[in-house]
Every structure is written in structure tokens, then in C-alpha cells.
Design a protein around this ligand. Sequence first.
Ligand SMILES: O=C(O)c1cc(=O)[nH]c(=O)n1[C@@H]1O[C@H](COP(=O)(O)O)[C@@H](O)[C@H]1O
Length: 280
Amino acid sequence: MREEVFTDLLSRQWAQGRMACVGLDPDMAVVRASVTEPDTEQAITAYACAIVDATADLVCAYKPNIAFYERWGVPGLAALKNIITHINTVAPQTAVIVDAKRGDIASTNEAYRDALFGYFGADAVTVQPYLGVEALRPFLDTRDKGVIVLCRTSNPGSGELQNLQTSGETLYQRVARLAQHDWNTQGNVGLLVGGTYPQEIAEVRTITPTLPLLVAGVGRQGGSVGDAVRAGATAFGGMIISSSRAVIEAAPGPAFAEAARQATIRLHAEIEQARSVVTA
Ligand SMILES: O=C(O)c1cc(=O)[nH]c(=O)n1[C@@H]1O[C@H](COP(=O)(O)O)[C@@H](O)[C@H]1O
């Protein structure tokens, strides 16, 4: 496990104007079209590491979703480990958020914590709060590591549960309030908000003036980067704006890495443009 504290990594990146994040969710058809390595572990590793090399100066974080590695079994998980090691080597100031959406009883969460922070070396993970804060303790008590709690997700059906009214507020507002006032005792909690719901991002930001907000759902899911940033950015940054397919699948084929760089430049520019309005 490396020593860097997640929130320190983030603050330094924000201070340098970086809020973009590239989601490393490799689709095997795209990988095969883009690199020549026949072996699954080597192909996924080569593909993702080339994207890292092409974008590391532009982003505050990378967000591999573990599902895209687990689906290939041992070679996929070995590739994920290789990629995180590569990021730590070539971009040691860039955070790695492993998107695993974990959350189980506390003893099982201890096993998830050891796998994600210990074995894989994540700086932060995504978790779901459905079992309550007591169950999330193993993550929350790892104070150097970020714990990003699903609050208002980007998918069309997210309101089915997250919009339910609970004591005069919605469930996602309640999650935001608990995160800000009760769960963040170690200063390592963030919230996931969907870029497809800027109004809800604004509500969450009102409830949580200080927590980092991870935004997914811009790019291929159609969320507006500008609307998300205007709804949730703070004077210090405050957000991690993540895009996966729109960046890493920008041009499957030999020029995939350069195309990913150009897509990341556009993402960064959209963030910058919206931030200039926020901070003006
Ligand atoms: O936790 C997440 O990152 C997440 C939350 C959410 O509400 N919506 C969402 O799309 N995600 C993840 O963000 C990534 C989105 O990928 P793209 O739609 O290709 O940018 C995937 O890894 C999703 O699992």
C-alpha cells in the first residue's frame, strides 16, 4: 500500500487545475482492435497503460471499474494490478479510484478493504451505503484512503429508490447529509453523483459544501460536463469528472491513445470553461 493520502493527492491535483478523470473500463473488442498483444493480460495492460501515458498530464484521477477486469478472471485481475502499478510509477501524484461499488456486512467489507486497498493498491473505492454506516466502518476507518459513497447515481432508474421520501427529504439527500455530518469522521468520504442529474448535484452540494463529488455519466451517457461543474464545483475544485467510453473508445485502432488524449483535452477544456463561470 502506498503512503499518499487520497485527499492530499486530490487537493494537489485540483490546485493545478485538474478535475478530469479517465475511466479505464476496457472493452475487449476495442482492446483487440487497438493493440497487437495476443495474451489477454498483456493486451489489456498495454491498452490501458498507453491511455495512461497519453493522458497523465491532464487528469486528477483514473477510475478502473473492476467489473471489466473480473470478467476475464485471473488474466483480467492481473492486468488491473499491472495498470495500477504503472499509474503509481509514471503518475505517482494521480489518484486511482477503483470503482467496485462494494458494501456488505463489516467482516466481509474487511476482506474487500484488504483486496482493494491492500492487494490492488487503490487510493479510493466506490461503495454503496445500503447496509448502513456500521457496515462501512472497515473502509471509513482506513483514513488515508478515499471512500466514495453512491448518493445519486446516473442511471435512468436511479430515482426508484434514491428519490424515496424519508423524514421530509429524499433518500439521496439523506445519504448526503449523513455523509457530511456523521460518516466523515476521518475526513476521507466523498459522494458519487450522476452527471445526468445536475439539479440533484446542486442539491447535494448545498448539503455537503466540502465533500469531494465524483461525477460519472458525462460522455457516453449524455450528461453535460458544464452543467455538472456549475452545479458542484467549489473554489478549490471539489469535483472529479469521470468519463470512460467517450475517452478510451474515442477511436479504436492504432491511433487509440492519441484519440484518448484529444478526448481528455476536450473534457478538461469543458471543465475549465465551466469553472471560469463558477469562480468569476
Ligand atoms: O460509480 C460510478 O463510477 C458510476 C456511478 C454512476 O452513477 N454511474 C456510472 O456510470 N458509474 C460508472 O462510471 C462509468 C461510466 O462509464 P461511461 O458511461 O463509459 O463514461 C462506469 O464504470 C460506471 O459503472
